[in-house]
Design a protein around this ligand. Structure first.
Ligand code: ADP
Ligand code: MG
Length: 285
């Protein structure tokens, strides 16, 4: 293995077997499955090349210190970090169920009950992250992973904290491969990047899960940005007629400007869409 991955950290290779199984490729990182040699247990290894970090490696230490304290059932835990001259290696929990993004593509859209369960899990994770002073800033279905392949698998937030560091200024417009339809208007305008940014993201996710397409779109990136900043979106009859007014009201509370008007994660969790859609036991687990 040392020969196949000559640049890997020796301490990492001593503890873990790095498999050829690529779990995913994101904006900044390649993620591979690794196995703890002592137990055979699988984890995920996130490999970030330092060229991507553009001299911000020193910021990484502080960030990692915060991220390594994150322990919540709806957040992917960061367990260990290794560093070489060329790359940073982050060992995290393995989420074997794949991306919500892929599941959504397969399904087309979710029923209201399923969407409410998923959005609630996302909000619980966001509420916890916010309580730790962490703003995700890049909430989207690609950064939401299922713990396993079971029917009602737990959903976990990944990729938090680091995105704040890896994007700056105009970079935020460039980083998302494809169209950054989840970015909050105040981020595009460069006037905000606090907790409400994540609440906007939750609103976009809820909308997208219920109909299968995002609320804002445009012929090109500029047109998309204009639409996001204008804040106009619609519930097209054809795709939304069966969705309850309560769900639309929930989305409407989140996709508002100015950012201060958006509910906190805790307030959003109290919306009656959840109590109406979910059984009592679903709400407590
Ligand atoms: P980036 O910061 O480059 O966007 P991510 O952390 O989002 O990197 O990871 C990229 C992709 O790798 C994810 O979209 C997902 O498909 C996969 N992935 C990331 N973390 C895990 C994990 N803990 N378990 C399984 N797959 C993962
Ligand atoms: Mg990502």
């Amino acid at each position: 293995h040392e020969q196949r991955s000559p640049r890997m950290h020796p301490g990492l290779l001593e503890l873990y077997e790095v498999t050829d199984h690529v779990l995913g490729v994101g904006t900044f990182a390649t993620v591979k499955e690794i196995k703890l040699r002592s137990t055979g247990q699988s984890f995920a290894l996130k490999i970030i090349l330092k060229t991507t970090l553009q001299g911000k490696v020193s910021m990484l230490d502080t960030e990692i210190a915060v991220l390594s304290r994150v322990r919540h059932r709806n957040c992917v835990s960061l367990l260990e970090m290794f560093e070489t001259e060329d790359a940073v290696y982050l060992v995290t929990d393995l989420a074997e169920g794949g991306e919500l993004f892929d599941e959504l593509l397969k399904k087309g859209s979710y029923t209201e009950g399923d969407a409410a369960r998923l959005v609630r899990e996302i909000l619980l994770g966001v509420e916890y992250l916010h309580s730790m002073g962490i703003v995700h800033r890049d909430l989207k279905p690609e950064n939401l992973l299922f713990l396993d392949k079971s029917e009602n698998a737990r959903l976990m937030i990944t990729d938090f904290g680091l995105s704040k560091m890896l994007t700056s200024g105009n970079d935020v417009l460039m980083t998302a491969c494809g169209t950054p339809g989840y970015v909050a208007p105040e981020v595009l305008e460069g006037i905000g990047h606090g907790r409400p940014v994540d609440m906007w993201g939750v609103g976009i996710i809820a909308y997208t899960l219920l109909c299968g397409y995002p609320p804002f779109w445009g012929e090109d990136q500029l047109a998309l940005f204009k639409n996001i900043v204008a804040g106009k979106y619609a519930y097209e009859e054809q795709f939304w007629e069966k969705v309850s007014p309560l769900a639309k009201d929930f989305i409407d509370t989140l996709l508002v400007r100015p950012a201060e008007k958006r509910p906190t994660a805790t307030q959003a969790l109290a919306h009656s869409w959840f109590s109406t859609m979910l059984d009592r036991d679903e709400q407590t687990t």
